[in-house]
Design a protein around this ligand. Structure first.
Ligand code: HEC
Ligand code: HEC
Ligand code: HEC
Ligand code: HEC
Ligand code: HEC
Ligand code: HEC
Ligand code: HEC
Ligand code: HEC
Length: 410
């Protein structure tokens, strides 16, 4: 968490090196291994392939999804809920069936025998999605989301948050798993151990060593873009006592505009772009991930638009901050005058500097001194107090950029 990583996860790198999918590397933007390039040039609007093809929506799933026909024979009745979600999904329309994600060859020792003649996996990881969605999987694997558990495990003693985080080390961060993820393991039959799965923590570590699960935002088996675009999906994790961004968003004019004027159906546009002409109120995904054609491509690593690491107590600027800020501005400029946006950020930047210098730095130094001197029996109380300060200051910083409703200051 001290450093925002853009490095390719080792596992995925090996996977790619093994040539499981074709090697036309990303050149346009954000190669996961290197810092992203600016996204200033106007990108051509991508056409909406699926809209054009929606007339092909099939009636007979068996014909279209040959490989999965056997799965469907049973599962239409055995798991009708899953069948319904899938049959209405873009995947079903595109001919992607159960077997594409769940089935494999007998030679793969991580699969379990199923229904007499199949070999399946229950846990479907980003490596599987990567067979067809390479760019998304690469971006995601480099993101804070994919690393959310790893970063807790690896936090170093010199990080100001260490005293708070280390309290959960002994239980291997099990209390944090719902959002950060846990290590998923398989039993002797290759079925997931119930203590570790089901679960959809952002950075869960899968049996194949990949990180995270795409279903945490897209929902299995709907695998929908519309779902991921709605703030409710993000708020599942980004909300609550230690996570002020949910509150800030809901009480900002942006959040209120979303609640009061958005027809959620508008977000259902499948295909590749989605801009402010479809919806006049920004959502979390609109600002942090959306691809709109106005100089922005969909990004599965939110760091692509974040010049600061505001969740870190020292709120460092990251390399190439100006480019990253410009990426974010391409979103704002679709709804606001660019001069207004520039002035807004200039003001927020100067308030941030002032706050870090006058409030955060002295407090961090004070707590550091107190923590080193505290008696064991008083430690818990002091760490609680420190933890509250860290959350409050994180809230102040986020409010400068995302809300401005003033509540965190009163
Ligand atoms: C003969 C009927 C039948 C066929 C064919 C079949 N399934 Fe199943 N499947 C079931 C039943 C019943 C269950 C739930 C009970 C169980 O776990 O045995 C199940 C459970 C599952 C599970 C969850 C396993 C777990 O417990 O973790 C998955 C995943 C799955 N099926 C996928 C598939 C896929 C993919 C195919 C096609 C390659 C397929 N099934 C074919 C009957 C079938
Ligand atoms: C695009 C990939 C994809 C397709 C297609 C797909 N699944 Fe899944 N399935 C997943 C993912 C992802 C999960 C969640 C697993 C995890 O957490 O790793 C899952 C979980 C499951 C589970 C276990 C979870 C539960 O609630 O019982 C079953 C059973 C299952 N799928 C059956 C099916 C069947 C039947 C089909 C075809 C109608 C199907 N899947 C099609 C990706 C897929
Ligand atoms: C066998 C190939 C294949 C696999 C495996 C696969 N997909 Fe897809 N997916 C597609 C195709 C084809 C489309 C249709 C859009 C397109 O042409 O890219 C699609 C579309 C999507 C969409 C857009 C849906 C919408 O609402 O427009 C999402 C999200 C998605 N997939 C997520 C996933 C996830 C998550 C996984 C892994 C659990 C996965 N896919 C696995 C082929 C695949
Ligand atoms: C409700 C979901 C949720 C739970 C539960 C959760 N986290 Fe988080 N965590 C998040 C989100 C979302 C972020 C990123 C946004 C932020 O920091 O505001 C995050 C970021 C962090 C960060 C980096 C930013 C910061 O505030 O310092 C640390 C450290 C952290 N979590 C520790 C933990 C620990 C330790 C636990 C378990 C005791 C835990 N979290 C439980 C959702 C959660
Ligand atoms: C399953 C829980 C979960 C969901 C769902 C989720 N997040 Fe996160 N998010 C986290 C955690 C945990 C972190 C902290 C990661 C870290 O330690 O860097 C995080 C970090 C972030 C960050 C900080 C930058 C970074 O990459 O670390 C942004 C921005 C963000 N999330 C945006 C979103 C948006 C937008 C959505 C919805 C489309 C979303 N998140 C959905 C758990 C979640
Ligand atoms: C933090 C939430 C989040 C996670 C996790 C996530 N996605 Fe997405 N995804 C989104 C959002 C939001 C969009 C729509 C962006 C937009 O409006 O342009 C999207 C769009 C997509 C699309 C549509 C094509 C495109 O690029 O616009 C595909 C395919 C996709 N995601 C696949 C995946 C795969 C594969 C994974 C796992 C490797 C994954 N997603 C993980 C939030 C997420
Ligand atoms: C109007 C656009 C906008 C909306 C809507 C929005 N954000 Fe942000 N968000 C920003 C900006 C701008 C920053 C500060 C970027 C910077 O300077 O680094 C930020 C910062 C963050 C951070 C801190 C990231 C870090 O580590 O520096 C998180 C986490 C976050 N947002 C999550 C969310 C979530 C979750 C939602 C929805 C509930 C949301 N945002 C809605 C624009 C937005
Ligand atoms: C999809 C459209 C949209 C996008 C994108 C957008 N906004 Fe807004 N913004 C609005 C609407 C709607 C309002 C409320 C009505 C108004 O004041 O114009 C608003 C209001 C504001 C306000 C006034 C808040 C107040 O309390 O008076 C600020 C500041 C602001 N936006 C900054 C930003 C910044 C910075 C970004 C980019 C990080 C951004 N907006 C992105 C639509 C948008």
């Amino acid at each position: 968490m001290t450093q925002r990583s853009r490095s390719l996860s080792l596992g995925l790198a090996l996977f790619l090196a093994a040539g499981i999918f074709s090697a036309d590397a990303r050149t346009e933007e954000g190669q996961a291994g290197s810092p992203p390039a600016p996204e200033t040039a106007q990108q051509p609007l991508r056409t909406n392939r699926l809209d054009q093809e929606s007339s092909n929506r099939h009636k007979d799933t068996k014909k279209l999804v040959d490989k999965s026909a056997h799965c469907l024979e049973c599962h239409q009745d055995e798991t009708p809920g899953i069948f319904e979600e899938w049959v209405n999904s873009t995947h079903a329309r595109a001919g992607v069936g159960c077997a594409d994600c769940h089935a494999g060859e007998k030679s793969d020792k991580s699969l379990s025998p199923h229904a007499g003649k199949f070999f399946i996996r229950t846990v479907v990881t980003p490596y599987i999605c990567a067979k067809c969605h390479k760019e998304e999987a690469l971006d995601f694997s480099a993101s804070g989301h994919a690393r959310a558990l790893e970063l807790l495990k690896e936090m170093k003693e010199d990080d100001p948050r260490y005293p708070v985080v280390s309290r959960h080390k002994d239980s291997d961060f099990s209390q944090c798993g719902g959002c950060h993820g846990v290590v998923v393991s398989l039993d002797e039959n290759n079925l997931p151990n119930p203590a570790t799965w089901p679960g959809s923590g952002a950075g869960r570590i899968n049996p194949d060593k990949s990180h995270g699960t795409c279903a945490s935002c897209h929902m299995g088996h709907r695998f929908s873009v519309a779902t991921a675009r709605q703030p409710e999906t993000c708020l599942r994790c980004h909300d609550g006592a230690n996570y002020p961004e949910g509150e800030i968003y809901r009480h900002s004019l942006h959040g209120v505009a979303y609640e009061t004027q958005t027809d959620k159906k508008l977000m259902d546009r499948t295909g590749f772009f989605y801009d402010a002409s479809q919806m006049g109120s920004p959502t979390c995904a609109f600002c942090h991930m959306n691809g709109s054609g106005h100089g922005l491509l969909t990004q599965h690593n939110p760091a692509w638009r974040l010049p600061h690491d505001l969740t870190s107590p020292q709120a460092p600027l990251v390399p190439r901050a100006e480019n990253l800020r410009n990426n974010m501005k391409s979103g704002c400029n679709q709804c606001h005058a660019s001069g207004v946006v520039d002035r807004f950020f200039a003001d927020a930047d100067s308030k941030l500097q002032e706050y870090q210098k006058n409030v955060v730095e002295p407090k961090l130094a004070e707590f550091k001194q107190k923590l080193s001197a505290v008696k064991e029996q008083d430690r818990r109380q002091l760490v609680d107090e420190y933890s509250r300060f860290l959350t409050e200051s994180k809230g102040y910083r986020m409010n400068l950029y995302m809300g401005r409703h003033g509540r965190t200051q009163r």
